[in-house]
Design a protein around this ligand. Structure first.
Ligand SMILES: CC(C)(COP(=O)(O)OP(=O)(O)OC[C@H]1O[C@@H](n2cnc3c(N)ncnc32)[C@H](O)[C@@H]1OP(=O)(O)O)[C@@H](O)C(=O)NCCC(=O)NCCS
Length: 202
């Protein structure tokens, strides 16, 4: 996590941060619009909390930003094979219908901080390590077993989450459409993925 830890500062993405920073550009216009215009309302409605890392040498620059919310994995809404896998990974006398999770609602890295030289990991990978570490920290106030994300269903974001250990909740686009009630002839815009935080505690 070298660059993010050593050269950046984590901030709550609040009105003061928005006022004191240059527009965030991660190369995705929906995400850019969210972080420019909707982020404050989203957080005041208690729908998600947003954070960003700003560059210490130029505090106007946002290096990366993300939004997180409480969520859960409901095993009743999963295909049998996935339900069995999730339950098998959580050996308990009584299986639960719902397991606590945190949702990464939005996440992006500034286009200016991609492919940095002399870094062992990309900024996106450093950011993911940071987010994971929050929820296995002893100071975390609630139990949180999984990180879930509704990733854009395109090659680069899916590659990013898979590189960071995320697995699809549904085995195919067709299965996800079926379970989410999306018509088979419609495009599936996002894929649900999850990461089991227990892997980091062993
Ligand atoms: C998805 C995203 C967060 C990933 O950020 P990132 O990991 O910092 O940067 P990139 O994916 O652009 O990195 C490009 C490549 O360089 C590699 N790379 C970059 N810096 C590296 C480093 N220092 N060491 C090793 N590899 C590095 C990455 O592994 C990646 O490899 P690939 O081309 O084989 O995929 C970023 O691309 C982004 O913000 N995209 C737009 C928004 C988005 O799609 N968000 C996620 C969907 S919700």
């Amino acid at each position: 996590m070298a660059f993010l830890y050593e050269k950046c500062t984590l901030k709550v993405y609040d009105e003061a941060t928005l006022k004191n920073t240059s527009p965030f550009d991660c190369g995705n216009s929906d995400l850019n619009d969210f972080f420019a215009s909707d982020v404050i309302d989203y957080s005041s409605q208690l729908l998600g909390k947003s954070y960003c890392f700003t560059l210490d040498s130029d505090e106007k620059q946002i290096v990366a930003a993300f939004t997180i919310s409480n969520d859960s994995i409901k095993t009743v809404s999963l295909p049998n094979a996935r339900k069995k896998k999730v339950n098998a990974d959580i050996p308990r006398p009584k299986q639960m219908k719902s397991y606590p999770a945190v949702l990464i609602g939005r996440l992006g890295v500034s286009v200016q901080f991609r492919n940095l030289e002399n870094e062992e990991k990309s900024i996106g990978d450093q950011l993911m390590d940071f987010i994971k570490s929050w929820f296995i920290d002893h100071a975390n106030k609630t139990g949180c077993r999984f990180i879930v994300v509704d990733s854009y269903n395109s090659i680069a974001p899916l590659k990013y989450y898979k590189r960071n250990g995320f697995i699809e909740l549904f085995s195919s686009d067709e299965q996800e459409k079926d379970f989410m009630g999306i018509p088979m002839d419609a495009r599936l815009n996002t894929r649900l993925l999850y990461f089991d935080l227990i892997l980091l505690t062993r």
